[in-house]
Design a protein around this ligand. Structure first.
Ligand SMILES: [Mg+2]
Length: 184
């Protein structure tokens, strides 16, 4: 089988940002409303939560430990290892918060924790993912744009807030479908 370059977004594809955020939110603000995971309709929680909570949301995700303690997406650890064992070149391609102080190093630590130190070599930090080459970018963001025309096919990683997107989509139990269906 032909070896592919597969770029994997980190949050929402391997790290469960949504689950981690909801747990932190409910722990910190138990008396405030929250939005159930299957009811999330926007890419950023700040755009769906009441606007008066905007600053608290920004602060919560920028805090020490938030990114480090995100749980993995169900099936991600097995799935990534299957990709690697199948001979593909797998990279974590992540666009960190502008509030990077804890976010960036904790993203590195997170990758080491779940995928091992060798995988740390394959982390690409890029605010503009169109600049990165690859066959596929697996990403939960509904639309991805940048300064150049991307070489990769954007495979949508299925999340409740991106179901309107018509791209091919996967979850970790069917990632192999990106290899077997035509890309055009
Ligand atoms: Mg993401």
């Amino acid at each position: 089988m032909e070896s592919k370059v597969i770029l994997l977004d980190q949050d929402g594809v391997v790290a469960d940002f949504e689950r981690g955020f909801l747990a932190c939110w409910q722990e910190r603000f138990p008396n405030r409303p929250h939005i159930a995971l299957d009811q999330r309709t926007t890419f950023y929680p700040r755009d769906q939560y009441p606007q008066e909570f905007r600053d608290d949301i920004a602060q919560l995700v920028a805090e020490e430990g938030f990114y480090l303690n995100l749980p993995p997406i169900e099936g991600a650890v097995i799935g990534v290892n299957q990709m690697i064992e199948s001979g593909h070149n797998v990279f974590i391609c992540t666009s960190p918060l502008l509030a990077y102080i804890y976010c960036v190093p904790e993203k590195y630590s997170w990758v080491e924790r779940y995928f091992g130190v060798e995988m740390v070599k394959n982390i690409i930090v890029a605010k503009d993912k169109t600049l990165i080459h690859g066959d596929f970018l697996v990403d939960d963001r509904p639309e991805i744009s940048g300064v150049t025309h991307a070489t990769w096919e954007h495979i949508v990683f299925d999340q409740p807030f991106n179901r309107h997107v018509l791209n091919r989509r996967i979850q970790w139990d069917n990632w192999q479908s990106i290899l077997t269906q035509p890309t055009e």
